[in-house]
Design a binder for this molecule. Structure first.
Ligand SMILES: Nc1nc2c(ncn2[C@@H]2O[C@H](COP(=O)(O)OP(=O)(O)OP(=O)(O)O)[C@@H](O)[C@H]2O)c(=O)[nH]1
Ligand SMILES: [Mg+2]
Length: 290
């Protein structure tokens, strides 16, 4: 399968970010707490150059809290300030302006020493499509100014939004990068909703999602769908994954003529429920293994 996922507007979006860098004091790099590694743009250092940066792990309400803590430690160890938030309820979002100010403190002190009154901190928010950039900005601003939506590609252009008196945030369209070195990165981005459904083979994505669930969250899978199958011994065997998908489909009554399982319908259920957190809080990438 080829994922056709690098439409022109993303190249444009990247260029627009680079054009704005001169105006920006700080970058907020928003990652998906369920896939902190795969949601990280490998070109981010090239795009942001040496701008001070705050890493925010978004959708942390959907991720495994222990894994999220480990990722925060990991990013801090690498020298980045990092915080996990849930922008859907606003949990910990209120700490972001303070952290941003701390990152800017040296510059602010320098300006004060020169007798210059520091202006509002200008921050840019970057991240993959659908990770929650606009939702986070709305939370910070305390009102719904940026358009949000449960699909990738909602924000089409840049927009400055005032956050209190001391901060201005630039919302940007989600960007992906031209090539995934490891195909699993593409599948994880697709599973968690960063790639447009229309260009995906949903059975293919659900197949990889089921494989990850078997490997990492087998008990949750059994509990959610009430399947009575043996746990596959070798998840590299495609039929073993399909066996579990079919068991889920049968439990959910996804059948077509002849009593066969409707895999497309089953795939839709697995992906929808996984994305909505119905399978519990899942993290697909552990800080300890990377
Ligand atoms: N559970 C949960 N959902 C979130 C969170 N943040 C955002 N969402 C949801 O994720 C979806 C995408 O949010 P947006 O803010 O539109 O995402 P975006 O990054 O601006 O997306 P693009 O503009 O398409 O790049 C929406 O349905 C939000 O309600 C979060 O912290 N937790
Ligand atoms: Mg947006």
């Amino acid at each position: 399968m080829t994922i056709q996922w690098f439409p022109g507007h993303m190249t444009r979006a990247r260029r627009q970010i680079q054009d704005k860098l001169k105006l920006i004091d700080l970058a907020v790099e928003l990652l998906d707490a369920r896939i902190p590694l795969s949601s990280r743009n490998p070109m981010i250092d090239d795009i942001l150059l040496n701008k001070p940066r705050l890493i925010v792990l978004g959708k942390s309400d959907l991720a495994d809290p222990r894994e999220t803590e480990a990722w925060i430690e990991r990013f801090k160890y690498e020298g980045h300030e990092c915080i996990a938030v849930d922008a859907s309820t606003g949990t910990r979002v209120g700490e972001i302006p303070d952290l941003a100010r701390q990152l800017m403190q040296e510059k602010i002190d320098r300006q004060l020493a020169k007798g210059i009154n520091p202006r509002a901190v200008r921050a840019l928010i970057v991240g993959i499509p659908n990770v929650g950039k606009s939702t986070l900005i709305n939370r910070l601003a305390g009102r719904n100014i940026a358009i949000t939506g449960d699909r990738p590609g909602v924000t089409k252009g840049q927009q400055w939004i005032k956050v209190g008196k001391e901060m201005e945030l630039l919302d940007t369209p989600g960007i992906l990068w031209p090539k995934f070195d490891d195909p699993i990165v593409g599948y994880r981005l697709a599973m968690t909703g960063a790639i447009k459904e229309q260009i995906l083979d949903i059975e293919d994505i659900a197949f990889y999602a089921t494989r990850e669930l078997i490997n990492r969250y087998w008990d949750t899978l059994v509990e959610r769908y009430g399947i009575e199958e043996e746990r596959p011994e070798d998840t590299e065997q495609a039929d073993e994954i399909v066996r579990i998908m079919e068991a889920i489909g049968r439990k959910r009554g996804c059948l077509i003529s002849g009593g066969r399982v409707d895999l497309e319908k089953t795939s839709g259920i697995i992906l929808r429920e996984m994305r909505a957190g119905k399978l519990g809080r899942l993290t697909l990438e552990s800080a300890s293994t990377y």
